[in-house]
Design a protein around this ligand. Structure first.
Ligand code: SF4
Length: 329
């Protein structure tokens, strides 16, 4: 007589289905293969973990489609306010998970805006027309090529004249400058004017100073509340064209990492703002026909850097002020 074992009523080893924990529904291996939303799977046909994951997936897609519908119904002139910008910044993050990369054809459209040196020389457009065209630009709202459209009405801010001797190549207007329409109309501007040794009257005189940011429009706020990087479309479309019309420049002040990379390229733009600004003597002496100086952004974000690098105030700024006084005695 066979002696009953504890396993006598179980399947024998070869017949027993072998399920590793990782093959079960809801595990990390099967999480990617969720049942499609239209599948007639009910709550009770799925494991609790699969059901929860499917619900999350469904909510995410519903939210994205709601945002898309909101965007299409957005009025042409959207009044900007901080809460509005933050809300759209959150929407931007959700949408970016569902948006496709820019189509290469659209990229080509922007590249067509580039002017070759010959075209710039032959271009009959008066300077004032060029500035008005820039002020009327809505590319980042209507035909964005890099990322999502601007979620507020663009307001290009620049200061330029063909006579300007100094140019401040900066980053992008902040929200205060966007609201007032004046560049550097914020605490960063106060510090920058102090660095230059200029009062407001001199600073905002276009016949003396041109202010040409990498992005003429406020780029919006990131979900964390900081400013987004300058719009790439702007430099591609306008920058060469505008600088070709500033023939009297004698001093170019390049503010912040984005402008460093554009104006100095790989020759001088180091691995970051710190390295580039440290190489200021080399940059300054490189081209006597147009003196160039790299500066960090004057915002409070750089307070620590300024404390750690006292040579900036004791060596670079006196050279900068001496050049400005030589241009405007
Ligand atoms: S950021 Fe530049 S390219 Fe974009 S809308 Fe403003 S002016 Fe036009």
């Amino acid at each position: 007589m066979a002696v009953p074992t504890p396993h006598h009523n179980r399947l024998s080893a070869p017949e027993r289905p072998r399920h590793r924990p990782s093959d079960r529904p809801g595990s990390h291996r099967t999480r990617q293969a969720l049942p499609p939303l239209s599948a007639p799977a009910t709550r009770w046909e799925m494991s609790p973990r699969t059901w929860i994951a499917a619900q999350r997936n469904r909510k995410k897609i519903d939210r994205a489609s709601r945002v898309e519908a909101d965007e299409s119904e957005k009025p042409a002139t959207l009044t900007i306010c901080r809460s509005n910008i933050r809300r759209h910044a959150m929407n931007r993050r959700n949408l970016s998970q569902h948006s496709s990369p820019p189509h290469p054809q659209r990229k080509m459209q922007v590249k067509n805006h580039f002017l070759s040196p010959n075209e710039i020389a032959d271009e009959p457009e008066p300077f004032s027309t060029l500035v008005s065209t820039i002020r009327a630009c809505r590319i980042c709202r209507d035909q964005p090529c890099y990322g999502l459209p601007l979620d507020h009405e663009p307001r290009p801010i620049l200061q330029a004249s063909e006579m300007a001797r100094i140019c401040i190549a900066s980053q992008a207007p902040g929200i205060r400058a966007h609201e007032s329409g004046r560049p550097f109309d914020d605490p960063s501007g106060v510090r920058l004017r102090q660095w230059l040794g200029m009062n407001e009257e001199e600073f905002y005189d276009p016949s003396m100073v041109a202010i040409v940011p990498m992005s003429f429009c406020f780029p919006g706020l990131s979900p964390s509340g900081g400013d987004l990087p300058p719009r790439r479309e702007c430099a591609e479309v306008w920058r060469r064209r505008l600088f070709a019309r500033l023939p009297t420049l004698a001093l170019l002040l390049v503010v912040g990492g984005y402008a460093h990379r554009w104006h100095f390229g790989s020759t001088f733009a180091g691995k970051g703002v710190n390295e580039t600004v440290r190489a200021w003597r080399q940059i300054y002496r490189a081209d006597p026909s147009l003196l160039r100086l790299p500066l960090p952004h004057p915002s409070w974000h750089n307070n620590r850097w300024l404390k750690q690098n006292p040579w900036f105030e004791s060596e670079l700024l006196p050279t900068l002020r001496a050049n400005i006084r030589a241009l405007f005695p």
